[in-house]
Design a protein around this ligand. Sequence first.
Ligand code: ADP
Length: 563
Amino acid sequence: MKKRIFSYMFRTVLLTLLLGSCAVMLILYNYFGRVQLDQLRTESKMTAEAVEKDGLNYLYKLHLTKTRITWIAADGTVIYDNQGDASKMGNHGDRPEVVQALKEGIGESSRYSETLSRQMLYNARKLPDGTVIRLSEGRDSVLRAAFAALFPMTLVLAVLLLISWFYSSRMSRKIVQPINSFDLDHPLENEEYPELSPFAHRIYEQQKQIQQQKEHLYRSEKSFVSVTDNMKEGLILLNPDGRILTINRPAMALLNTTAGCVGKDILYLERRIEFEKALDLAAKGNHQELILSYSGRSYQMDITPVYNNDSLTGMVLLLFDVTDRIKAEQMRKEFSANVSHELKTPLHTISGCAELLESGEVKPEDTKKFIHTIYTQAHRMIDLVQDILYISHLDEGAQDLKWEKTDLMGAVKKAVDQLTPTAAQRGIRLYPTGLSSDIDGIPRLVESIVYNLIDNAIKYNHNNGAVYIALKNRNDSVVLTVEDTGIGIPEEDQYRIFERFYRVDKSHSREIGGTGLGLSIVKHACQILHAKIRVDSTLGDGSTFTVTFLKDVPEDLRGTGNL
Ligand code: ADP
């Protein structure tokens, strides 16, 4: 810009100087022309007067070289010429100035002389004797005069141009300086050029708009980040090339990365072949679902291609924990297999006994034994079916069962009353201790816990053993311990006894009428009640089951527990 302004200014000055010089020269040329003519007139008058008095004597005495003097007779014959031989000159009677002088007394003309190659001025005067005295002087042409003045003029012009160069450059710098130092951050504070005011206002308005848009974007991004970071699922947005655009906190934690991974290829975080294949297919427009495991947990990954006007603009990856679902599915499968297996044994026994009875091959004294077997196996099946139905009920959340203040001691007494006859058959004594203690619970579940634990303590006890049932009151909990003097549980089995159908000694358990579901029901009920269960056992010495019940369970926790 500075260069442009300078160039315009300098060219303007240059043009002005050239035109001005030409104009001045023309004016001066005309002015000096007039002066020269006046001088010629005066000289002509004086010469005419002198010639009239002294005739040729005067002319011979003159030593004018610049002015040509010609004395012409009335008939046009040249009498005298100071710059030529008069005798050799032709008749001058036809010269316009001579013709005019003879007629009017004074004659003037100006014409180009081919002989001298220059413009000539003529002034002629008629003397009283009829002769004519004529003075003439040469005059330079405009070009010649300009050429003569070329050197000084060039010198002056050069000096002027130098000065104008200097000022043009200074001024252009001065003009541009406020524009260069225009404060774009505070456009309205620039008051140097009022002409820039609309421009400044425009910038100000646009800056305001940009700021508002920036704030809007910032707010949207913040709320997007806070929403996605608080999601349980991992969320990753990819561009069509598979580079990470956004990744939320759960996804970062899962893939063990930081926000620094944004901009990198997703394969930098996850390189498993099945993932690469799914990503490729998704990039071709097919929604993909796959299960990947991270830190021992299973995650479903959904990859959804995102389209805008038929062109792929990116991909959305959603990662969610499906460990429980998969486990539950697995458990359900195992459960069904186990149920069929468990039911098969008593059914086979029943059908075998019935077949034998029907064939009539059974001795009359054995008939009772067979009928008794059918009866016990049928009961075993009933127990099994009841336990299965009960555990399924718990699986579904046991929503129909109501929470209420439950007296644990009441549940202990009830179970002891029910089981004392069974225990007595084997000489086992039950010792319940403790005071009545209320907890928040579901009576039926509390009773199941207490019953199953005392039942097991009897079932897996030695004959004439003992079972100690104690209730201890703590600040915010009541602790139930069921201790027996029985066979104990091997250490490697202790963590598995709560699994469905798991038994340390299958045949022994069946013999004594165990279904393998008792402790599963206990564990499930404890989860619903937010109670904690623990087992301490020494093989051969006996086992102690400890359940810690919360006295107060907040309303919002009274659901299905962490099943
Ligand atoms: P079951 O119907 O077979 O008793 P449970 O789920 O109640 O099924 O118990 C699972 C297994 O845990 C039992 O088969 C048994 O081996 C073991 N068990 C449970 N309670 C005791 C205990 N008090 N003493 C020793 N073993 C026990």
